[in-house]
Structure formats: structure tokens, C-alpha cells
Design a protein around this ligand. Structure first.
Ligand SMILES: [Zn+2]
Length: 199
């Protein structure tokens, strides 16, 4: 059998299987409601909301907990979360969003992350400190950081959850990588995380 057709068939089977999981938003109204809550609490663009609702499968194992953790499975276009923690949802959705963009943008993202790690503007101090660890590692934790293996996918998702989808916390040269996914809030708007129902 034609290899491409076989691959396509397997991909379709996996997507159908993923969407039919009892913990998938496509089958479970409570999981779909949680996805809506994430997309409405944080400033996702309309384009991003549409894409997350239609192009990927979204699964949550335990909606009663917010202890965190999850995965993005690129082979079946599925975000899986252990719990209903917003930070994990923002992080794994960002992995999904980055998947199709990273081949052309990964080197530019790494360069922007390096620049942010040395940023002196105090408005961006929180994200400067976070990315300083990504670029230089954290010796006390025996962690070499993400630049050693040019891990653009964790830089992208880590900055997304590090700023909790609030683009005001990063400078314009980083915002551009997230601008199709998140809206930039006005200066006087409260932090979306502060309005969320739980952590
Ligand atoms: Zn990650």
C-alpha cells in the first residue's frame, strides 16, 4: 500500500480515536466547558479559540483537581491534562499552537528568548529572570537550561505559561510570536490570572 495513504489513514484513525475518548472535549461536556473557561478567562484571540476547538483534541483526566501536569501529543494532535490547572492548560495549548509554526520561526524565537534573558527594562523583570534560567541554566539545580539543545518548543510553551497569556509581561520582540494566539490587554486591565476561578 502506498506509504503516504497508510500514514494518512493512521493519522485519521488516531484523531478519531482521540476525539472519542471519554475525557475528550468532543465527547465530554464538562471537559468542553473547561476548555471554554480557559479560552474565555485568558485573552485568546478568536482565531485561536476556533483553532483549539476544532483542530486538536483536548482531554482532562480529573477536573476536580488543579495540581497540574500534562502533555501535547503531536502525533495525534492531542492536548492531555491531568487536572484543570490553568497554568498547565496554557502551557500545553501553547505547545499545540507552536507545532506548525516552529519549522520557520524556531531560530527567531530562540534569538528573542536570548535577548529577553538579558533585558534591562524593569517592566519585563519577571520574564527576564525566567528566561535567564532557560538560556544560562540554573547551576544550583544542576539544570543546563534550554539553549544547550536549542529547545525552542519548551521556550515557547514555558514563556506562555510563565506570563499566563498576558503579553504585557514581555517586550514587543517576544510578543510577536504570540500575537496570533493572545490579545494584548490594555495597560489598566487586571491580570487575567487574578480573575481566574482558581490557580
Ligand atoms: Zn512543555
Amino acid at each position: 500500500m502506498d506509504g503516504f495513504r497508510a500514514l494518512w489513514q493512521r493519522t485519521r484513525d488516531r484523531l478519531a480515536q482521540a476525539a472519542s475518548s471519554p475525557i475528550a472535549a468532543a465527547r465530554n461536556p464538562a471537559v468542553a466547558a473547561y476548555l471554554d473557561e480557559v479560552l474565555d478567562t485568558f485573552p485568546y484571540t478568536d482565531a485561536a479559540k476556533d483553532w483549539f476547538r476544532s483542530a486538536i483534541s483536548f482531554e482532562v483526566e480529573n477536573l476536580e483537581s488543579a495540581s497540574g501536569g500534562g502533555f501535547w501529543y503531536p502525533d495525534r494532535y492531542t492536548v492531555f491534562l491531568y487536572t484543570a490547572q490553568y497554568e498547565a492548560a496554557i502551557h500545553e495549548l501553547a505547545h499545540a499552537w507552536w507545532e506548525e509554526r516552529r519549522p520557520r520561526l524556531k531560530d527567531a524565537l530562540i534569538a528573542a528568548t536570548v535577548r529577553l534573558s538579558g533585558e534591562s527594562d524593569p517592566r519585563y523583570a519577571h520574564m527576564q529572570q525566567l528566561t535567564h534560567g532557560y538560556i544560562h541554566g540554573i547551576p544550583e539545580q544542576n539544570w543546563p537550561g534550554m539553549l544547550v539543545d536549542r529547545n525552542d518548543w519548551e521556550m515557547y510553551a514555558g514563556m506562555a505559561s510563565g506570563m499566563m497569556a498576558d503579553l504585557r509581561l514581555v517586550p514587543p520582540y517576544v510578543r510577536e510570536f504570540y500575537a496570533e494566539m493572545y490579545q494584548l490587554l490594555p495597560d489598566d486591565a487586571p491580570s487575567p490570572a487574578s480573575l481566574a476561578r482558581h490557580n
